[in-house]
Ligand binder design. Structure first.
Ligand code: NAD
Ligand code: MG
Length: 394
């Protein structure tokens, strides 16, 4: 029995993960559930999946969850705060951690799981962007397996049959081609994007996801973060990773080898496929996803991304090449900008503009130790916050 902790269980990836786990009751046990503050949903999940322990980041929500569990007669223990996540990620009671918290907030628990030799199913791309080399080194030292959940990276992983060592380039690989749906504004002019509302930005044409990653998809910051993620996971230089717009989201990414062969992974756009792949790996297990009807899909289109309308791809590629503390700064500025946009305090085009301004002011520390990246993250949030405040008062 594989004991699985699901961090971010009330979110889009967390819910899909529990759906897959529930299809294999003899194979997986839910060892822990954790979320930020949605105690009603976490209570339902505890009643259904009976984990020994549950964590709410927010103490007040934790108290409400504990009361609800008591009333329902469910013996799940409840903890509050971030330290509890690190303890669970490191505990001998857990074999596998689904890292599906959104944002750099997921870094401490993801890193703890990597340091403790777990199988880490890594959806939390921001932690790979902020502290990629640290996570890879921790996994190497402990023997942890970092299995990508992001659909593109999981596709690449599937197209690298020999790939076992995270962060080392597989011999014979020439290029990685990351596919991008292009998001809801693929055909919008910059003038139209300037008027975009949070609900429009979150109406993704192919995937149902949390609001932060949905906005990232609309700016194409998501693909930029994924470029950095691919360099970290597969030991590639940024120039070896290309972005191709593929509006149907059926080809989830491709790997080109030096002999000219290109391998691709295809399937319906449903995150239960990469989740089941990563849970079962190296075996294949059912995910609940329907067969792809290639005849009904009929065509697969590919086009180059428009860097004028999607400057996020330019700033992220530069950050990937710079390395050091720049990716952490880029990520933190993006998190601040996206929440300001979702709160109606920043226009859509202001997101990438704010990121560019913060990155331009940053003196790269070069290093990627935990203290360096946490300090860079803190600095970038402060900078972005004060720039936002000056925009608001201007
Ligand atoms: P979501 O907003 O739907 O869910 C986020 C989850 O994290 C929630 O359960 C929330 O309670 C929890 N959380 C947030 N902050 C927390 C904290 N400080 N402590 C504990 N829990 C916290 O987001 P999502 O769409 O499920 O995305 C999760 C991660 O997976 C993101 O990093 C995203 O980029 C990545 N991802 C998502 C998808 C997708 O299809 N949704 C695809 C690829 C990658
Ligand atoms: Mg993705």
């Amino acid at each position: 029995m594989m004991r699985v902790a699901v961090f971010g269980s009330t979110g889009s990836i967390g819910i899909s993960t529990l759906d897959v786990l529930a299809r294999h009751p003899g194979r997986f046990a839910v060892a822990a559930l954790a979320a930020s503050s949605n105690y009603e949903r976490l209570l339902e999940q505890c009643v259904t999946h009976r984990p020994p322990v549950a964590v709410m980041q927010d103490p007040r929500s934790a108290a409400k969850l504990a009361a609800g569990l008591k009333a329902a007669g469910v013996p799940t223990r409840v903890h509050a705060g971030n330290d509890a996540l690190v303890d669970i990620a490191s505990s001998g009671e857990v074999d596998t951690v689904m890292a599906a918290i959104v944002g750099a907030a997921g870094l401490p628990s993801t890193l703890a799981a990597a340091r403790s030799g777990k199988r880490v199913l890594i959806a939390n791309k921001e932690s790979l962007v902020v502290a990629g080399p640290l996570l890879v080194d921790a996994a190497r030292a402990s023997g942890a397996a970092l299995v990508p959940i992001d659909s593109e990276h999981n596709a690449v992983f599937q197209c690298m049959p020999g790939m076992l060592e995270t962060g080392r380039q597989v011999p014979g690989v020439r290029r990685i081609l990351l596919t991008a749906s292009g998001g809801p504004f693929l055909r919008h002019s910059r003038e139209r994007m300037a008027q975009a509302t949070p609900d429009e930005a979150c109406a993704h044409p192919r995937w149902r996801m949390g609001r932060k990653i949905s906005v990232d998809s609309a700016t194409m910051m998501n693909k930029g973060l994924e470029l950095i993620e691919a360099c970290v996971l597969f030991g590639m230089e940024p120039r070896g990773v290309e972005v191709v717009v593929h509006p149907q989201s059926i080809v989830h990414s491709l790997v080109e080898y030096v002999d000219g062969s290109i391998l691709a992974q295809l399937g319906n756009p449903d995150m239960r496929t990469p989740i089941a792949h990563a849970l079962g790996w190296p075996e294949r297990i059912p995910s609940g996803v329907e067969s792809l009807d290639l005849v009904a899909a009929a065509r697969l289109d590919f086009e180059a991304p428009d860097l004028e309308r999607f400057p996020a791809l330019v700033v992220t590629r530069a950050a990937a090449a710079a390395g050091g503390t720049v990716p952490a700064v880029l990520n933190a500025a993006n998190e601040v900008a996206v929440s300001a946009f979702l709160a109606g305090r920043l226009g859509f085009l202001g997101i990438v503009e704010l990121i560019e301004s913060v990155v331009a002011r940053h003196a790269n520390r070069g290093a990627t130790g935990l203290d360096d990246v946490l300090e860079a993250d803190r600095w970038a949030r402060e900078q972005a916050g004060s720039m936002l405040a000056s925009v608001a008062t201007a």
